[in-house]
Design a binder for this molecule. Structure first.
Ligand code: C5P
Length: 312
């Protein structure tokens, strides 16, 4: 018999940048075989689960008006998964506070799903094992398992099969949020279009990058950062080149489109230079908003549990 928290339960989940994103062939299930290195960044979304008459979602924070509040929201789907596995009716309100750009290629929707899984597990005192939570996460989306885990990890399969890796660096990033979002499926489809009939092999995570991460060698990391989806994001939003150039005019170590974009991510030497780059990028007028973040950071966590008094 499960018990329901009387008050709210709060969880937060990190954003991510792909330090390497190699895109292999299109699979029969519509996904591409990936080889990637994820790094969790300090921009986080926070999810608060509270008792309610029925399942509902509200969103505040960064570009909140662009986030659906119905059953298409990944957080809604996560709550339904927990309800199915426990048999409990999901009579909850999910309040999402966005710190991660919407449709920005930084796994914002995945973060909301991961935070909802963890918060609902506590809210309903469901005691779902972490292995099962990972399975549910993988069913929800390719990036959701990494949103749960955080840190630095390689991802294979469609991105959901994770292996933690050693990363001795602390990286400071400047993130330029684009004026318009990009749809992940459209970016993958654009890459397929650009590749045409060229035979695609599955790329491997570069060993130089893995070694640089293990050694905490920031120049080596910067030198080897690669995103094969970038060409497709730039094809769909050519104006991103201006953002990349604006960042590259500053003192950065590397500049890439994050994941499927359109957020541009600039790796900086240290926190101070990140602040300077952020100021310059803001004044270039190419971005909707500019943030500084660091990584790697931890995965999804309960923030504070006000729902300590559970029904028996
Ligand atoms: O798994 P997720 O829901 O985040 O994927 C969104 C879409 O991105 C997929 O429907 C697919 O079109 C594309 N995708 C892909 N290959 C992957 C991951 C995502 O083609 N490995």
């Amino acid at each position: 018999m499960y018990s329901v928290a009387q008050r709210s339960v709060v969880a937060s989940a990190p954003s991510k940048v792909n330090l390497f994103l190699g895109v292999g062939p299109l699979r029969e299930d519509g996904f591409h075989e990936l080889s990637t290195i994820y790094c969790a960044l300090s921009l986080r979304d926070t999810v608060t689960i509270s008792p309610a008459e029925s399942l509902s979602i509200s969103v505040k924070g960064e570009s909140h008006h662009k986030v659906p509040t119905d059953e298409t929201n990944l957080a809604w789907k996560a709550a339904v998964k927990i309800a199915e596995i426990t048999g409990i009716s999901p009579d909850i309100h999910i309040a999402i506070d966005k710190g991660i750009p919407v449709a920005g290629g930084m796994a914002g929707g995945s973060a909301d799903a991961a935070a909802t899984l963890v918060a609902c597990n506590r809210f309903f005192d469901a005691r779902i094992s972490s292995d099962t939570l990972y399975e549910l996460a993988a069913e929800l989306g390719s990036d959701v398992p990494f949103s749960l885990r955080g840190g630095t990890a390689t991802g294979s399969g469609r991105g959901e099969a994770l292996l933690p890796i050693i990363n001795r660096s602390t990286m400071f990033w400047v993130l330029g949020f684009a004026k318009e979002g990009l749809s992940t499926p459209k970016v993958f489809a654009e890459l397929d279009r650009l590749r045409g009939t060229t035979k695609v092999l599955l790329p491997r995570c570069p060993s130089d990058l893995l070694q640089s991460l293990a050694a905490g060698n920031i120049e080596g990391i910067a030198h080897n950062i690669t995103n094969e989806l970038q060409v497709a994001a730039l094809s769909l939003q050519p104006e991103l080149r201006r953002t990349l150039h604006a960042g590259k005019d500053s003192e950065i170590l590397a500049g890439i489109v994050s994941g499927s974009g359109p957020t541009c991510a600039f790796l900086c030497e240290d926190q101070e230079s990140a602040r300077e780059v952020a100021t310059e990028l803001s004044s270039s007028g190419t971005c909707r908003a500019v943030r500084v973040a660091h990584g790697p950071v931890g995965g999804t966590r309960l923030e504070h549990n006000q729902g300590r008094s559970y029904k028996a």
